[in-house]
Design a protein around this ligand. Structure first.
Ligand code: SAH
Length: 243
């Protein structure tokens, strides 16, 4: 096979400095995983001989969208990596009332380069964990646009959206998942909304629930936003099965 993607060629030639005869594992993003032996890498393309073919790890049975505000200190990027490893289908960066990191509307270039960086983090994490697909990351949007979008309230009985709300005496996510997995109607997708460091504002929680979401608790401990997102996704994947 011949590799044309400039990012992959750059990775092979300049980052990993691979030579003729070196072996690599190549994922095609559609479930195929190939062990290959490289020919001499050139700037215009790399020829690779397929040694054997495997099936990459399938995606979890329930496709999960996680909406999470960009966080300070690289914690959002860390969450992107971990959510990818745990099988997330899509991440939506949201701006909420108490968000600390705001998008720079006056310099759209900064936002575009952030998105490119986020996509690269997810691609690398998907490769590293050998999953079949690369999850999607959306442009940053406001919390209200998110809960009014088809991602939160699609016209589908096979979808459930949950807003993680601490200190509210909401039912545990684990209980809800047990009920959903026992129901006759199979679930295809879920959306999970997690708030920023300062938590979701009361009006935002009302809005999420008025727009069709269920409020859930993740237990008595107050988790950081990235922990809450990862814990919620891990519970969903564990309940409905992986791959
Ligand atoms: N500063 C807030 C906590 C915010 S935690 C306070 O002290 O009350 C950040 C986000 O993580 C919350 O908005 C919520 O979405 C989620 N979260 C953290 N712990 C949670 C829990 N025990 N149950 C449900 N959601 C939780």
């Amino acid at each position: 096979m011949r590799i044309y993607d400039p990012a992959v060629i750059n990775q092979i030639r300049n980052v990993l400095r691979l030579k003729r005869g070196d072996q690599v594992i190549i994922l095609d993003g559609q479930g195929g995983m190939y062990r290959c032996c490289l020919d001499k890498p050139a700037a215009t393309g790399v020829e690779a001989r397929i040694i054997d073919e495997h099936q990459a790890m399938d995606d979890p049975r329930v496709a999960v969208t996680v909406a999470l505000p960009p966080l300070r200190g690289g914690r959002f990027e860390w969450a992107l990596q971990k959510l990818t490893e745990l099988g997330v289908a899509r991440v939506v960066p949201i701006v909420s009332a108490r968000s600390v990191v705001k998008p720079q509307s006056r310099s759209p270039g900064v936002e575009t380069s952030k998105l490119t960086r986020w996509q690269a983090i997810m691609r690398e994490a998907a490769e590293q964990c050998e999953r079949a697909s690369i999850p999607e990351v959306r442009q940053t949007m406001s919390l209200s646009s998110f809960v009014n979008s088809e991602l939160w309230a699609p016209e589908s009985a096979e979808h459930v959206s949950v807003a993680c709300a601490e200190r509210r005496e909401a039912p545990l996510l684990a209980h809800l998942l047990r009920q959903l997995s026992a129901a006759e109607q199979p679930l295809k997708s879920m959306s999970v909304l997690v708030g920023p460091e300062g938590g979701l504002a009361d009006q935002e929680i009302e809005l999420a629930s008025d727009s069709g979401g269920l409020l859930v608790s993740l237990g008595g401990r107050i988790l950081r936003s990235e922990t809450a997102a990862i814990y919620a996704l891990a519970q969903i994947t564990f309940t409905f099965g992986d791959g």
